[in-house]
Ligand binder design. Structure first.
Ligand SMILES: *[C@@H]1O[C@H](CO)[C@@H](O)[C@H](O)[C@H]1NC(C)=O
Ligand SMILES: *[C@@H]1O[C@H](CO)[C@@H](O)[C@H](O)[C@H]1NC(C)=O
Ligand SMILES: *[C@@H]1O[C@H](CO)[C@@H](O)[C@H](O)[C@H]1NC(C)=O
Ligand SMILES: *[C@@H]1O[C@H](CO)[C@@H](O)[C@H](O)[C@H]1NC(C)=O
Length: 289
């Protein structure tokens, strides 16, 4: 969920220096996985647009910059509230009109509104609209990151616990918070235990299921009804439901989370990473048609 920029900003800043991982939605690796799944699935025209928009130093690898939006939160303070949605405690539902706002109540300022915003900006690519109006490189990097975040179930979480950020838990023997368990801990333990700490092997396993196990569902994941280009509200609703059914379930302050929790939640994390990657590709393919 990241930080809240109020009187605690300075304290938060020092906390960030001490615990740099704290603010990363899905963690760097989660975003990298999603964008690696995406890049392989781009149409010819989308791949060309992505290549042109990426800075040269990215060497046409979108996944190297999929955490850019986290790294600029302190330079672009206004962007930190665009990574998540706070929903009413215990309701387990999301509603755009009710929930998509920032802490000052400004409507549209949430991860769903931001996905629509950056999608609309990218739709001006190659058109006659004044090119200096938007920075489409930034729009691409925001969209690629936020499409990941909206699939992290606890990025659409309860208001009072900030999407699990204020629920202290133990992850095996280490201290953690529930939000961080879903951003990073499950993914890191998976890499360590099943993939020899090689991210590419994890990505390959997900890709294999996308073209195998899950191939029947993939068409449905990609689809966006009513000819819409982006469908973030659907993904946000899925996330809060998943947060209730899996992330928050059976967890209280200081619960010790071990294999029972890890092994039962891992398939959910796998699915959300795969859906995030497939849908980012689907959205970019519709944008750059
Ligand atoms: C839309 O994008 C612009 C440019 O980055 C930004 O200033 C604005 O805050 C964004 N609004 C939302 C809701 O994403
Ligand atoms: C667009 O944004 C990128 C990343 O912040 C920056 O490096 C680049 O200079 C910007 N382009 C323009 C034309 O301002
Ligand atoms: C792929 O699908 C198989 C069969 O359902 C499952 O056992 C495995 O954990 C899945 N792997 C990933 C990375 O999703
Ligand atoms: C759980 O811990 C947090 C942070 O220490 C605290 O703010 C919150 O009140 C606690 N919740 C309960 C139900 O005890």
């Amino acid at each position: 969920m990241g930080f809240y920029f109020n009187s605690h900003t300075l304290a938060s800043f020092f906390l960030l220096l001490a615990f740099p991982a704290f603010t990363y939605g899905w963690g760097i690796v989660g975003h990298q996985i999603i964008c690696q799944i995406t890049q392989d699935r781009l149409s010819e025209s989308a791949a060309a647009a992505v290549k042109e928009l990426l800075p040269a130093y990215a060497k046409n690898d979108l996944s190297t910059l999929c955490s850019w939006a986290d790294t600029i939160k302190f330079r672009y303070h206004w962007s930190s509230e665009l990574h998540y949605i706070d929903t009413p405690d215990d309701l387990c539902t999301y509603n755009y009109n009710r929930d998509c706002k920032d802490e000052d109540g400004v409507k549209g300022r949430c991860v769903s509104g931001a996905i629509t915003n950056y999608t609309n900006q990218l739709l001006t690519y190659g058109s006659s609209v004044d090119e200096s109006q938007y920075n489409l490189t930034e729009a691409l990097l925001f969209l690629s990151h936020l499409m990941g975040d909206i699939h992290q179930p606890l990025h659409v979480g309860f208001t009072s616990d900030r999407g699990g950020n204020t629920i202290p838990v133990r992850w095996f023997r280490r201290k953690s918070e529930l939000h961080k368990v879903w951003d990073k801990d499950i993914i890191e333990t998976t890499e360590d235990r099943f993939y020899d700490d090689v991210v590419e092997e994890f990505v390959d396993a997900l890709k294999q299921n996308i073209t195998g196990e899950w191939s029947d569902q993939v068409v449905k994941w990609e689809k966006c009804s009513n000819n819409k280009v982006a469908c973030p509200d659907v993904y946000a609703s899925e996330s809060i439901q998943t947060a209730c059914n899996w992330a928050y379930k059976d967890v209280e302050n200081n619960t010790v989370l071990e294999d029972d929790y890890f092994l039962s939640r891992l398939p959910i994390v796998n699915l959300r990473l795969a859906e995030g990657g497939v849908r980012l590709a689907g959205t970019l393919n519709r944008i750059f048609k």
